[in-house]
Design a protein around this ligand. Structure first.
Ligand code: ADE
Length: 462
């Protein structure tokens, strides 16, 4: 296995000894990314390290080759750059530009959502990047805020081309299929386009669908198609089932509605609809100079939460401590039904160690945490306890008094509004709750899972 056929820069073969490897800055299923410093130049890079045996065992060689091939074709300020590749007996190394400011997703989490000037700016950078990428005959196919990194100047650096598709080479020797269609791949649930789900075909405009999802997410705090399980998300996507929250900018809404179109040939920005020129002239982008955007200074992102340190690097560094991420989501939604023995053991433990046990009528607590329960403009701190039964108890934690329950029924439906706020809709009332730790999706996922267990068709009906 060899992927280091030639360096993208100079003809000098580097080795791991040319770099000092620092902290891990990214981890994927098949790779680990390290912050590294080149010994000679003191230049910082992000080095993606892949275990050869793991790649071969999992038959992912073609994705690794694809990523390298795509990165070597790109030369644009809004994309991560590949500087060197090399290998030793066990590993492959990709030396990439270091995007010091991390993932766009972290900023969405921190700010809850972006204001209109920031959404306009950052999605305009994505538009400029996609115009370039598509001109090279490449579809990204997994565009999402995790794959949009930020450099020191706070410009975007798109990364992760393992899922990309090359439709034609740079010289255009190989013709693209009709309408730029390609075969079989499913990206990340929330951003995947309906044609990939229904016909397993990706178009250039599949990236424009993802752009529509990102515009929606930056403005509102959450992507448009949400659900506790992947299949719920897929159903919503294929039915174009989503809503705009109150306060969503009218002009941004118009843009999103023109991007989130089921027919890939009817999306603003695709060739059939007048190409990128039409997209760039949408009123949402009025005043943006697409030609020179990479040379201009982005508007400041003002943190929603006050900084905890005078060091701006540290403002973000605590994020993802115990936070909600994909791994946690998988843990939640793949949790199996509890056996009788396990229940007894956990209940015994709960009795002895959990001071909220006395409120839950001997039911096993499945999730608990502090929330702010809103009524109009007022909020009260409550301990929310989701238990078997099912029940949703809420307790005044200061006075240690049970204040009530959110009544369960088949009609109960949780909904995340943004990272902090979630609703529990019941026939008579919508409960408005705020998770102080910004983990509303975690509550929604767990409540959805319990709903499935008790009322869903797939699981044991109780
Ligand atoms: N995480 C994964 N790749 C990265 C990069 N190139 N820069 C910064 N963080 C990363």
């Amino acid at each position: 296995m060899s992927v280091d056929g030639g360096d993208s820069k100079k003809n000098v073969k580097k080795t791991p000894n040319d770099f000092i490897f620092g902290k891990v800055i990214g981890e994927g299923s098949y790779s680990t990314v390290y912050l590294a410093k080149e010994v000679d130049s003191s230049t910082e890079y992000a080095i993606k390290v892949l275990e050869k045996r793991h790649i071969m065992r999992e038959r992912k060689t073609q994705y690794v080759m694809r990523e390298k091939e795509v990165l070597m074709k790109l030369n644009h300020p809004f994309f991560i750059r590949l500087f060197y590749t090399f290998q030793d007996t066990d590993r492959l190394y990709f030396v990439l530009s270091y995007a010091r400011r991390g993932e766009l997703l972290d900023y969405i989490h921190r700010l809850s959502s972006f204001d209109e000037p920031c959404t306009k700016w950052y999605t305009a950078e994505i538009v400029a990047a996609l115009e370039y990428l598509h001109s090279k005959g490449i579809i990204h196919r997994d565009l999402k805020p995790e794959n949009i990194l930020l450099n020191d100047e706070m410009h975007i650096q798109i990364t992760d081309f393992g899922s990309a598709k090359i439709l034609k080479d740079v010289k255009g020797e190989e013709e693209a299929p009709v309408s730029g269609r390609t075969t079989s791949f499913v990206g990340t649930a929330q951003y995947v386009s309906p044609e990939i789900l229904t016909s397993k075909k990706a178009y250039y405009s599949s990236d424009l669908w993802a752009l529509g999802c990102i515009v929606y997410q930056l403005m509102s705090g959450l992507p448009p198609f949400r659900g506790g399980h992947e299949y719920q998300i897929f159903q919503k996507i294929t039915k174009l089932e989503y809503e705009f929250p109150d306060g969503f900018s009218v002009v941004a809404q118009d843009l999103v509605e023109k991007l989130l179109v089921l027919d890939p040939e009817q999306r603003l920005g695709c060739e059939e609809m007048g190409g990128f020129e039409k997209l760039k002239s949408h009123p949402f982008y009025e005043g943006i100079d697409f030609e020179h955007i990479h040379e201009q200074k982005p508007p400041p992102l003002i943190p929603f939460l006050p900084a905890t340190s005078t060091n701006p690097e540290n403002i973000w560094s605590n994020y993802r401590q115990p936070g909600f991420d994909d791994a946690r989501m998988v843990e939640i939604i793949t949790q199996t039904v509890i056996t009788d023995d396990e229940r007894k053991k956990r209940l015994d433990d709960q009795k002895q160690t959990n001071k909220y046990h006395k409120f839950v009528e001997n039911n096993l607590i499945l999730k608990q945490g502090f929330v702010d329960k809103r009524k109009g403009l007022f909020a009260r701190k409550r301990m929310l306890l989701l238990t078997e039964g099912p029940h949703l108890y809420y307790v005044d934690p200061v006075n240690q008094v049970l204040k009530g329950q959110i009544p369960w029924s088949e009609e109960l439906r949780p909904e995340a509004k943004n990272f902090k706020t979630f609703f529990v809709h019941t026939p008579n009332r919508t409960y408005y709750l705020e998770d102080r730790e910004s983990r509303s999706e975690e509550w929604v996922a767990k409540i959805s899972e319990v709903w499935q267990q008790y009322y869903g068709n797939r699981n044991n009906k109780k």
